[in-house]
Design a protein around this ligand. Structure first.
Ligand code: COA
Length: 191
């Protein structure tokens, strides 16, 4: 049996359910989000699947329902948010961002994907910036990390843009179609 990953957050400590960024709302996924989330992932399949191990095949509603029921793959200790528009197409799913408590050692990890129709507008950069600030304000958290494959240039651009430091390159299992096996670990320290 695989053991539980090490945790950073003490029992009872968790990030908020909602983070309001004005024209964007980060809100923890709810059961009612199943269909809009499925539609966003389906529309973005070609964009996301080269980089996401859980999307090796086009998604099915049953798969997404199962992810929702059991938590997301690899997301033990995960706080998973949808990113929603609050203006224009109000409530539209623009992407997703998660805060993962699985590293221990006073660290939390951030991961994300963007709806293919909403890339290049700063949706993920702004969301990751806000979640970084929230995470680093939680008691016991000394740093946040963003981990990506070195070939995932657009993903790596997010922590770079936010002033994360490239802590190290390290071998990493190839888990998705476009990955190189060279991993990047980007780190932001609490001030
Ligand atoms: C990785 C991924 C999330 C990055 O998406 P993205 O659209 O490049 O990121 P953003 O939404 O933050 O957009 C950044 C762009 O918006 C621009 N931008 C516009 N307004 C901005 C603002 N207010 N703040 C920051 N950036 C802004 C930036 O200049 C940047 O432009 P550029 O691409 O020309 O350099 C997306 O490509 C994706 O979903 N990939 C597949 C899944 C994936 O790889 N996930 C990560 C696995 S580790």
């Amino acid at each position: 049996m695989i053991g539980e990953p090490p945790r950073t957050l003490a029992p009872g400590i968790a990030p908020p359910h909602r983070i309001d960024l004005g024209d964007l709302l980060l809100r923890r996924w709810q059961p009612a989000d199943l269909i809009p989330r499925f539609e966003a992932i389906s529309a973005s399949y070609e964009h996301i699947h080269p980089w996401m191990e859980w999307l090796a095949q086009p998604p099915t509603l049953e798969q997404q329902r199962a992810f929702q029921a059991t938590g997301w793959p690899g997301a033990g200790g995960g706080y998973n948010y949808g990113i929603f528009a609050t203006t224009g197409d109000t409530g539209a799913v623009l992407g997703a961002i998660g805060l993962h408590d699985r590293l221990g050692d006073h660290a939390l990890e951030i991961g994300y994907w963007c709806h293919v129709g909403h890339t290049g507008r700063g949706v993920i950069t702004r969301s990751a910036e806000a979640l970084t600030d929230v995470a680093l304000a939680l008691p016991g958290v000394h740093r946040t990390e963003i981990r990506c494959d070195a070939a995932n240039v657009r993903s790596a651009a997010v922590p770079r843009r936010l002033g994360y430091r490239l802590d190290r390159l390290e071998p990493r299992e190839i888990r998705a179609a476009a990955e190189s096996g060279q991993g990047m670990v980007w780190v932001k320290l609490r001030m």
